[in-house]
Design a protein around this ligand. Sequence first.
Ligand code: NDP
Length: 413
Amino acid sequence: MKRNVLIIGAGGVGHVVAHKCAQNAAAFGAIHIASRTQEKCAAIIASISEKQGPEAARGIGAHALDAMDRAAVAALIRATGAGIVINVAQAFCNMTILEACIETGAAYLDTAIHEEPDLICETPPWYANHEWKRREACAKAGVTAILGIGFDPGVVNAYARLAALDHLDTVASIDIVDINAGSHGRYFATNFDPEINFREFTGTVWSWQGGQWRANRMFEVGREWDLPVVGRQKAYLTGHDEVHSLSANFPQADVRFWMGFGDHYINVFTVLKNLGLLSEQPVRTAEGLEVVPLKVVKAVLPDPASLAPGYTGKTCIGVLTAGTKDGAPAEIFVYNVADHREAYEEVGSQGISYTAGVPPVAAAMLIADGTWDVRRMVNVEDLDPRPFLAILNRIGLQTFIRDSGGDRALTFA
Ligand code: NDP
C-alpha cells in the first residue's frame, strides 16, 4: 500500500514540497499539508490546482496544527494515516515532530537542524545537542529519519559522498559554496525565514579544520570563487548545519561552508546587528511590552515567498572536494544551477525555496519505494547518493560536475 504524506509547514519551502508531491503523486498515497495557519495550506492547494489542474489538487488535505505540540502532531499523523512526514516548518519544531514520528512509526524528514528559541549557535557538533540523542529511539522503533535533506544541508551532503565514492580515493577537504546571483528587486529581504536566516549569522562561525573545530567571526574570512554560470563571486566562511555531520563522517577532511553576500546585505546586517535588532533575547519597551527584536525584524521584512514573481537570475550551489586519485592530487566541483524565473513559472516560487523543497520529495519517493527506508536515523551522506541524484535529475535539479575534463551533466543509472 502506498504511504500517505504529511507536509508540515506552508511557507516558501512547503509550497514547493506540496507542488512536487502532487507532480509525483503516483509515488504516494494521500497528500496532506498542515501549518499554524490553515489558510496558507489552502492557498498552496489552490496554486496546485492553478498550475497542475484541479485533478492534481483534488483530495489534498489542509490542516491547522501547532507543531510545537507533540501530542497534536501525533494525533494528526494518526488521523491522516501518514507514513511519511516532511517537516518544513520552523527549526524550533524539529524535536516535537520527530518524537511524534517515533511514537507513531512514521518516517521523518527535515531540512534544517533543530534550534531552541533562546539559544544561538550551541556547542558543535550541533546535531549531537538534539537530533542524534534520538538515534537509538529511532532504531528501536524502526523509524526512518533523514536529517537535513534540503539543498544545503541535503544535496550538498550527497555531492560530498558521491565525490568520495565515485571520483576520489582519499578526501582531504570539502568546501561547500552557496552563491545566489539572483536579484529580487527589493531594498532588503532574506530568501528564507528571516529569523532562521539571521540566527545562522549572528553567532560563532564554526568550521572543521585540522581535525578540530575552529571558531571565526562572521565576515572575518572571505574568498573569491570562480564558479560555473555565475562567474567570479565573493563568499564568506559561514557556520552551517552540514559541517556538523560531514565533520563526523569525514573526520580526516577539512569541512568548510562558504556563502556569497553582496556589500548591501553585509551593510544592512551589520547595522541591524550592532543596534541589537537581531537579538533573540526579549527586551521590554517603555510601555511594558515584551518583544524579541529578531521577531520584530522578521515581521517587517518581506515574506520570502512574496519575492518570487519578480526574482531573476540564477543560483549555483556546489561542493569542491579535494584529495587524491590514483596517487595524484585531484579535485572536483559537483554542483547545480537553478533559475529563479524558471522556478516561478513551474511552481510559483523563487529559486531558493525551489532548491530546498525538491530534495525532500525525492527522498520521500525513495522511502516510499523502500530504497532509502533504512529504519534508523541518518544524515544524507550516510546514504547511497546515486538513486537520490537520479530522481533529482528527473524532477528538477540537475547535477553537474567540473573537473579536469571541463563541465558536464552527470547521469546515474
Ligand atoms: P517560512 O517562514 O516561509 O515558512 C515556515 C512555515 O512553517 C510557515 O508556514 C509557518 O506557519 C510554519 N510554522 C512555523 N512554526 C510552526 C508551528 N509551530 N506549527 C506549525 N507550523 C509552523 O520558511 P521557509 O519555507 O522559507 O523555510 C522552511 C524551513 O526550511 C526552515 O526550517 C528553513 O530553515 C528550511 N530551509 C532549508 C534550506 C535547505 O536548503 N536545507 C533552504 C531554505 C530553508 P505560519 O506561517 O502559519 O505561522
